[in-house]
Design a protein around this ligand. Structure first.
Ligand SMILES: *Cc1c(COP(=O)(O)O)cnc(C)c1O
Length: 416
């Protein structure tokens, strides 16, 4: 036993030694550790009092009525779609510039999935492109049942426009706010449900706050909340009001009344989440300051910084820089240079329909031109709450010197 423990400790130690700067990672405090330890010493590791406390705290934070905590953000998207009745014959539309789960949740339900191109300034679903596609879909009788706007990088979508279209064309809205807990739209917190039916968060360690794995759906609808609670726990209820009448000489202390899953969050995860939530605003502030530092540092080089819409306050989950089409700086050489220097930079995202699985469903390269342009230009550089100033400066130095070396080469080349 001891040797196993020591090996684990050694492995963790070596991992920490490596001088690698990821694009994002968690920030864990002693208070977080204490919160988790106290659950480990308690009577419940799952289905105890901490999960409901975490749900209430998140709902309060984002001004929603109900929170349904689940095992991950993907599970939250799945039960959100199911609770809205998405099924075979229906369509779910989302942005191609997102993590695959925003689209997969439609396929889980047997529905068909389609993509609406992005706005090149915000990288979010374009309300104009959405309207155009809705007009065509209406003529063909193929209107979507659910649209999933994704608050890309933590910057909220144009929700007022999407909501107005939902009333005109009769679709439901699930906000994929996996990047955007702590963000604001028109001065109000994401998750308040003013412009949607359900909002979904992810608490994966790269996101704004973490529970290890974990997610939550928030809604203002009693009916949707009740359905999602049922679906996350096998479709089983023990609430007398939900159960069917059975002979009184039999013991029916629970009933399976729907086909659900085990998508529950543990008490251990919820304790971490509850503790992390206390620092959410601080995390967002730190991320914002790093973004401002980058904005300034890159204002003098040939790099495009992410634009912020004045209606929004981003949670700055990601900071994608873009190479400009005219410069000598290529996305691939920048990616290689940064990766070789130990930065675990990433690409958020490859357009979902370009993934082999989706290509097999018939989607073609070039389907969403703005998404493809973004894919060929952008690189997400490190931004996270536990990132120190030396690390931030290191990232800036690497990118600035890369850009300068390209400029010098280009000028020399021009003279020859
Ligand atoms: C992370 C993420 C998800 C999935 O969340 P998990 O908790 O990893 O299942 C869904 N959508 C987007 C946009 C994400 O970034």
């Amino acid at each position: 036993m001891n040797s196993v423990v020591n090996l684990t400790a050694l492995f963790v130690h070596n991992m920490n030694q490596a001088n690698i700067i990821p694009y994002s990672k968690q920030s864990i405090s002693e208070a977080d550790i204490e919160a988790v330890v106290s659950v480990l010493r308690s009577d419940f590791l799952t289905q105890g009092p901490v999960v409901p406390a975490f749900e209430q705290a998140v709902a309060n934070y984002c001004h929603a009525w109900h929170g349904i905590a689940v095992s991950n953000g993907t599970a939250a998207l799945h039960i959100a779609c199911m609770s809205l009745g998405l099924g075979p014959g229906d369509w779910l539309w989302t942005s191609p510039i997102t993590f695959v789960a925003s689209a997969n949740c439609g396929l889980f339900c047997g529905a068909k999935v389609d993509f609406v191109d992005i706005d090149p300034h915000t990288f979010n679903i374009s309300a104009l492109a959405l309207e155009k596609k809705l007009i065509e879909a209406k003529l063909q009788g193929k209107l979507p049942k659910v649209v999933v706007p994704v608050h890309m990088c933590g910057q909220p979508c144009d929700m007022a426009a999407v909501h107005a279209l939902s009333i005109k064309y009769g679709f439901k809205i699930i906000e994929d706010a996996s990047h955007a807990i702590g963000a604001k739209y028109l001065g109000e917190p994401i998750g308040n449900g003013r412009y949607s039916d359900i909002t979904v968060f992810s608490f994966h360690p790269v996101k704004i706050i973490t529970t290890g794995e974990g997610g939550m759906a928030v809604t203002n609808s009693d009916v949707l909340a009740q359905k999602m609670k049922l679906l996350r726990s096998h479709g089983i209820s023990s609430a007398p009001a939900e159960m069917e009448t059975r002979p009184s000489d039999e013991i029916w202390n629970y009933q399976q009344i729907d086909l659900g899953f085990n998508y529950r969050m543990t008490e251990i995860q919820a304790a971490l989440g509850l503790s992390q939530l206390k620092r959410l605003d601080e995390f967002v502030d730190i991320r914002k300051n790093i973004a401002m530092f980058y904005d300034q540092a890159f204002s003098l080089v040939d790099i495009k910084i992410p634009w912020q819409h004045p209606d929004t306050q981003s949670s700055f989950h990601l900071y994608p820089i873009q190479v400009t089409m005219t410069s000598s700086i290529s996305q691939q050489s920048l990616y290689q240079t940064l990766t070789q220097a130990g930065l675990k930079v990433n690409l958020h995202y490859i357009p979902v329909y370009r993934q082999p699985y989706y290509a097999r469903l018939g989607f073609k390269k070039g389907y969403c031109p703005n998404a493809e342009k973004y894919f060929k230009k952008s690189i997400s550089i490190p931004i996270y709450a536990s990132m120190n100033t030396e690390q931030q400066q290191h990232v800036v130095d690497l990118i600035q010197s890369f850009c300068h070396s390209k400029v010098v080469k280009q000028t020399v080349g021009a003279r020859l």
